[in-house]
Design a protein around this ligand. Structure first.
Ligand SMILES: [Zn+2]
Length: 131
């Protein structure tokens, strides 16, 4: 049996986020991209996080900074609260999620409403509103 996915979908990793992280498949929906980015944070895959960020936001990201951030954060679980659009036929989508994290040994709940768009056919993360 393969291990369970890090995005806490309760599905096997190789049938959930792994094909996205390895570039074998493209996430068909904004929610799947969101899940794969959570798994990428859990695995410290800065390159994947950068590649799945919208082009105009990408320049702001520093690979080293992102890697350093990932190392300080332990991604415990992800809960998708709601989604708006973001389906295979859409060009924009919104995902509201709660991510349970551990930062410097302290548990915290990160609540975010993320915005996604499709760029050249692939879903990318634009930005998010945290409360
Ligand atoms: Zn997953």
């Amino acid at each position: 049996m393969s291990r369970l996915c890090l995005c806490t979908s309760k599905r096997p990793f190789d049938k959930c986020c792994e094909p996205y992280l390895t570039g074998k498949k493209l996430p068909e929906t904004a929610e799947k991209l969101m899940r794969s980015r959570f798994s990428a944070y859990a695995l410290c895959k800065a390159d994947y996080l950068i590649a799945t960020t919208a082009e105009k936001e990408r320049a702001e990201l520093e690979r080293e900074e992102l890697t350093a951030y990932c190392r300080t954060v332990k991604c415990i679980s992800l809960k998708i609260i709601s989604t708006e659009a973001g389906g295979p036929e859409d060009s924009e989508g919104i995902v509201l999620f709660h991510a349970s994290l551990q930062v410097d040994g302290k548990r915290m709940l990160h609540r975010e409403k993320s915005r996604f768009v499709r760029e050249e056919g692939r879903w990318v993360y634009v930005d998010g509103e945290t409360n």
